[in-house]
Ligand binder design. Structure first.
Ligand code: NAD
Ligand code: GLY
Length: 361
């Protein structure tokens, strides 16, 4: 097992990473000194795969467990579902000391975290992420939220968990599409923060694809460590934490133009290549690094180019985004692999040219 300490003063916690960890949850939760009641929020698929094992691990330590099921899908990240969960929590007589355990991907983590942050003005939260994206990104850093009408992730809070348990064995049942979504965030994290980890990824893509236990643990550990380090320096996203949005400025615009019909990993991958190309055009990232980035993305099975979508629509969607001021778009750019910066100086016409593919690289 590898342990990452997220140092946030009185909100500090550990992220424990490795195979077989869910079976240790009972011991660790009893060490945290919670009462004997617990609530698990999960979805039916994850519950089918891991619910029984987790229940056994908890009841072995005399916990009384209530499991609340939420259907799968982003549309469950809503005030309506949160409202239903508040009622269910009241029905199972939970108290302010009763922890909520979120077992699942980012949807369950964000929704369950939002409910934990708001029910009775906050009950303890423990994240048990089971997708690669959730293990390396969404379970760490305390952003919890629901979507509301067109406001994606806009109704929420910063609410740090008491513990994150990332059992890498759970990644073995992930559909390929979900693994690719997580890999986009893994590549992003290496690209913005660690050239050594980027080189590690280059050398281990086959072993990641074959779900090699040691390599998965290393990948989750390294990526989660990058997230933890950035969050420690900027918990409430006022500066440095923006770099985690590398690839997401264009990615979000593609999602909105295509009505979320493309996978999140795919749009982030296209966004990363575009932002890297823009970086190169603005005299930063060199050609060799740009090619290395593209190669890793292609080898992961993610796209590097836009499908047949009108580029003007994407640029228009970015202009509507809050990150635009005085005809300049806020972008996360790469100085080199492993080093990112926030730039407020990217012109929409350069973005358009790069997306059309008019790049001389
Ligand atoms: P998800 O939560 O929708 O999970 C994807 C699917 O995988 C679901 O159908 C789920 O049932 C299934 N699944 C989960 N674990 C599994 C396993 N081990 N084996 C088999 N199937 C499994 O998707 P996601 O990519 O994990 O999360 C996306 C969400 O995360 C979005 O809502 C996004 O906004 C949010 N997010 C939040 C943050 C943050 O900082 N809070 C960061 C990034 C993304
Ligand atoms: N996923 C971006 C952040 O946590 O800030």
């Amino acid at each position: 097992m590898r342990i990452i300490k997220v140092a946030l003063g009185t909100n500090s916690y550990e992220v424990r990473v490795g195979p077989g960890l869910l079976s240790q949850a009972g011991r660790w939760l009893s060490e945290l000194g919670f009462g004997n009641k617990l609530v698990i929020i999960t979805d039916p698929s994850v519950n089918r795969l891991y619910g029984e094992m987790l229940n056994r691990a908890l009841t072995e330590f005399d916990f009384n467990v209530n499991t609340l099921l939420v259907a799968e899908g982003e549309d469950q990240k809503s005030l309506e579902t949160a409202g239903r969960l508040y009622h269910q929590l009241t029905d199972c007589y939970t108290e302010r000391s009763t922890p909520i355990l979120t077992l699942g991907g980012g949807v369950i983590g964000d929704l369950g975290g939002f409910v934990a942050a708001t029910y009775m003005r906050g009950v303890p939260l423990v994240q048990l992420p089971t997708t690669l994206l959730a293990q390396v990104d969404s379970s760490i850093g305390g952003k919890v939220a629901v979507d509301h009408e067109r406001l994606k992730n806009k109704i929420g809070a910063f609410y740090q968990p008491k513990l994150v348990i990332a059992d890498t064995d759970t990644l073995k049942t992930l559909p390929a599409k979900e693994l690719a979504n997580g890999m986009a965030e893994v590549i992003k994290s290496a690209a913005i923060r660690s050239k050594e980890f980027f080189a590690y990824l280059e050398g281990n893509l086959d072993r990641i694809k074959s779900l090699d236990e040691n390599v998965l643990e290393e990948v989750v550990f390294q990526t989660a460590s990058i997230k933890a380090e950035v969050v420690e320096k900027d918990e409430t996203d006022l500066g440095l934490r923006n770099i985690l949005n590398y690839g997401h400025t264009i990615g979000h615009a593609i999602e909105s133009v295509t009505d979320f019909s493309m996978g999140h990993g795919s749009v982030v991958a296209i966004g990363m290549v575009a932002a890297a190309t823009i970086s190169n055009r603005m005299g930063m990232l060199d050609k060799n690094d740009l090619h290395r980035l593209k190669n890793v993305i292609v080898s992961t099975g993610l796209p590097t180019k836009l499908p047949n979508i009108k580029v003007e629509k994407i640029v228009q969607a970015m202009r509507h985004d809050k990150k635009v001021s005085q005809d300049r778009i806020r972008f996360i750019l790469l100085k080199s692999l492993g080093s990112a910066l926030v730039s407020d100086d990217v012109s929409p016409s350069l973005v358009e040219k790069v997306l059309i593919g008019d790049e001389k690289t």
